[in-house]
Design a protein around this ligand. Sequence first.
Ligand code: KG4
Ligand code: ZN
Length: 333
Amino acid sequence: MLTLGIETSCDETSVAVVRGGRDILSNIILSQTVHSKFGGVVPEVASRAHLKTIIPIYRQALSQAGTDLDQIELICATMGPGLVGALLVGLTFAKGLAFATSLPFVAVNHMEGHLAANILEHPELDRRHLSLIVSGGHTLLVEVKQFGEYHILGRTKDDAVGEAFDKVAKVMGLGYPGGQKLDLLAQQGDPAYFKFPRAMMKEDDYMFSYSGLKTAVALYLGKLTDEQFERHRADIAASFQEAAVEVLVEKTLRAAKEFQIRDITLAGGVAANSRLRSMFRQRIDRTDCRLFWPSAALCTDNAAMIAAAGFFRYEKEGPTELIVNAVPNLSLN
Ligand code: KG4
Ligand code: ZN
């Protein structure tokens, strides 16, 4: 089934064509760079940028897939969570297309999209698995019983882990969004240089917290001279990253053991973090678990994962009615 996916929940305008939930024919992603000068995503600016680019990106996705609207059999778009104005651009465009063509439509949960990125790329993944979804807006540990059936084990009590990366990167002068730049800088530093707090590490639940770590780094930086900061930038980045990542790895592996789950997937923008991956790899060697993550283009926001999730939903429960609206705080359950 040829599926058109549309994603506009935050600052990426993306349209994809995917066959049968697994075979990506095109996945065009346009990241809005306009927000960097504001140091964060400005919702109104994001909506306007989506409006300008959605139609050209849609045309490009069809043409790169070597297809046209006549061949499309299912239309899917993100309905939440995300910024309401941004969501509305993609959702309304997709509903309009579905209405005009009488094609079936599926409204997709963005988090289920992130989760589906691994199912899309790794056919060998167990149906029951544990997924750590880490992005700029979310830190979620989920037991996937099967696609569509979730047991949420933990989430963040305050900031998302990607948000902490972005804020620390910003105070270190790395620009916005700075997660990836901080990762690169940290690769040249000593992760044991300073021991920042590992929030909730000792608690026996699966909740996370990142605002304390972010503040601890800001306070630490405030005490340094310019010279000290310049000399130890990479060490500080590495020390922050080590603290941020260690809690994620420890809690995920603990959950895998407690619930006896073999397969673990990483999803969302922070799944691209090199230390998160290497620490998982090191510690997973002592277990029977298997670790999966999506390729770079499928870690951050993209429409191929939305098309795949929409296709799997359609197979399970058919289309969504076109009266559906955007839900900015939509939860996974
Ligand atoms: O999934 P995503 O594209 O958007 C949301 O749904 O939020 O994730 C974006 C987040 C940003 O916070 C970005 O800084 C972070 O993922 N990120 C990283 C890395 N690459 C992207 N954080 C740490 N290390 C990276 N390599
Ligand atoms: Zn996302």
